[in-house]
Design a protein around this ligand. Structure first.
Ligand SMILES: Cc1cc2nc3c(=O)[nH]c(=O)nc-3n(C[C@H](O)[C@H](O)[C@H](O)COP(=O)(O)OP(=O)(O)OC[C@H]3O[C@@H](n4cnc5c(N)ncnc54)[C@H](O)[C@@H]3O)c2cc1C
Length: 431
């Protein structure tokens, strides 16, 4: 029989960040993952875009605080200087008109302190050569003849120079796990949690191999398996906001030679055509979907049975939309990309919370938008867990975390499992 002060279920970037922060706080942490490699679940598929436009104050404030963690990644990890680290490419993030809630987001940027610039079509052309600022929206299926119509005017945009992307999301999770291990954490890979042990409180986990880890704290960070793990703990019914897996595809195509002067272009959110895309360090552009209303959503019942290969239908939709925005793009004949899963909360805002089962916590429903927040979510959860374990009633009096870098106060009540879905959310990956 093994014992731990805390068991974290999942070595994705969020689980890894929580394991690290709990280890920093002096707890003996064991992290368990059913897969064979750290961060090889949905984290390894992440586009890892760092951006700040969310529809709520907490969304903007958390992503802005986390940005400073990425900038000071080595210092944050406090690890050996020779270790290979994930790198933050600060190429900026360009949000084209047609993306929702522009005025609301800009007023949140003012409140939080996120620098931004407003660009007209000429500025877009000049700053990102190769990007066509034509207005084609609202988004249409590529099978609709209207998709091919000429532009109806031109778009403006807003630009946040501090946005960008992390080059290797799985390496970021590995970095966090390595830092946690330096502080005593243990990792068990190829081990699936098949039962949550409990009496009045949580008492530990049972593994598929038959082993048991006794622990007074268990944290569900199981990504697309989150609702399944909640069911094991018997807490599903109390969640007013639920989580479920959604299949997504990300494709990659060679960047045309002149695009963005041959340099890394900004991450672009194109609500006018219904995609987001960014340059990658290998000369490719990667493109994903932004849930335009004209496209069906692919909800998945069993996260073990989704299709990991790209499909012609979604490839056509995303790559042809990209080709409208970057007219010099050559669309390859062979599909390149993958299918992966988001763990989507009803309002696309994550759930970082306690539960009615004492000692059982959740960091779930990351809704395709929380990779960037890992450096602050670890702290959110460590602070929340410490408070609750010391008897604080977080449901009645939500814990507030103040940003180390930005000093913004973020109420963790925002992420409560007991909330009705947030009305102001964009109900998309924007969060
Ligand atoms: C295609 C795609 C693109 C994305 N793009 C972005 C982006 O540009 N920017 C951004 O900020 N976010 C993005 N995201 C979201 C971001 O990647 C996720 O929010 C984040 O990686 C979630 O990390 P996690 O640790 O919560 O979950 P995961 O990485 O899914 O990890 C969960 C882990 O739990 C393990 N597990 C599950 N059940 C059990 C069990 N019973 N026992 C043991 N282990 C278990 C799994 O094996 C898995 O490794 C994207 C996500 C996807 C899929």
């Amino acid at each position: 029989m093994r014992t731990a002060d805390a068991v974290v279920i999942g070595t994705g970037v969020v689980g890894a960040a929580i394991a690290y922060e709990l280890s920093l706080a002096g707890l003996r942490v064991t992290v368990v993952d059913r897969l064979g490699d750290v961060g090889s679940g949905s984290t390894s598929s992440s586009s890892a875009v760092v951006r700040f436009h969310y529809s709520t104050f907490e969304g903007v404030a958390a992503s802005w605080e986390a940005k400073f963690g990425w900038e000071a990644w080595r210092e944050y990890l406090g690890g050996p200087p020779e270790e290979a680290l994930a790198k933050f490419y600060k190429v900026g993030c360009l949000i084209l008109d047609g993306s929702t809630q522009r005025e609301q987001v800009l007023s949140l940027f003012e409140r939080v302190g996120v620098p931004y610039e407003c660009w007209d079509a000429d500025t877009i052309r000049q700053r990102v050569p190769g990007l066509d600022p034509g207005r084609y929206g609202p988004p249409k299926p590529v099978t609709d003849e209207a998709f091919w119509a000429d532009a109806d005017g031109e778009l403006g945009a807003y630009f946040t120079p501090d946005g960008g992307f992390i080059d290797d999301p799985q390496l970021a999770a590995r970095n966090l796990i390595a830092a946690a291990k330096l502080r005593g954490a243990e990792v068990q890979l190829r081990e699936e949690v098949v039962a949550i042990l409990k009496k009045a409180q949580v008492e530990g986990v049972k593994l598929r191999s038959g082993g048991v880890i006794e622990s007074p704290i268990v944290v569900n960070v199981a990504g697309p398996y989150s609702s399944r793990v909640n069911a094991l703990a018997g807490v599903s019914e109390e969640f007013r906001t639920r989580t479920r897996p959604l299949r997504q595809e990300v494709h990659s195509v060679p960047a045309p030679s002149g695009y963005a002067r041959g340099e890394l272009g900004p991450a672009v959110v194109d609500g006018d055509l219904g995609t987001y895309f960014r340059s990658h360090v290998d000369g490719q552009l990667i493109v994903g979907g932004a849930e335009p209303a004209c496209d069906p959503l692919h909800w998945i019942d069993d996260p073990d049975t989704y299709e990991p290969r790209p499909t012609t239908q979604i490839w056509d939709a995303q790559v042809l939309r990209l080709a409208r925005r970057i007219p010099s793009l050559r669309v390859p004949h062979r599909l390149s990309g993958f299918g992966a899963l988001y763990d989507v909360a009803d309002d696309w805002i994550p759930i970082y919370d306690r539960t009615s089962l004492g000692g059982f916590y959740v960091a779930i429903g990351t809704s395709g938008n929380q990779f960037k927040n890992a450096p602050i979510v670890g702290r959110f959860m460590a602070t929340l867990i410490r408070a609750c374990e010391n008897g604080h009633d977080h449901d009645a009096d939500p814990v507030v975390v103040q940003g180390r870098f930005t000093k913004n106060a973020i109420s963790l009540g925002h992420y409560s499992r007991l909330r009705q879905p947030h009305a102001e959310s964009a109900y998309s990956v924007m969060g």
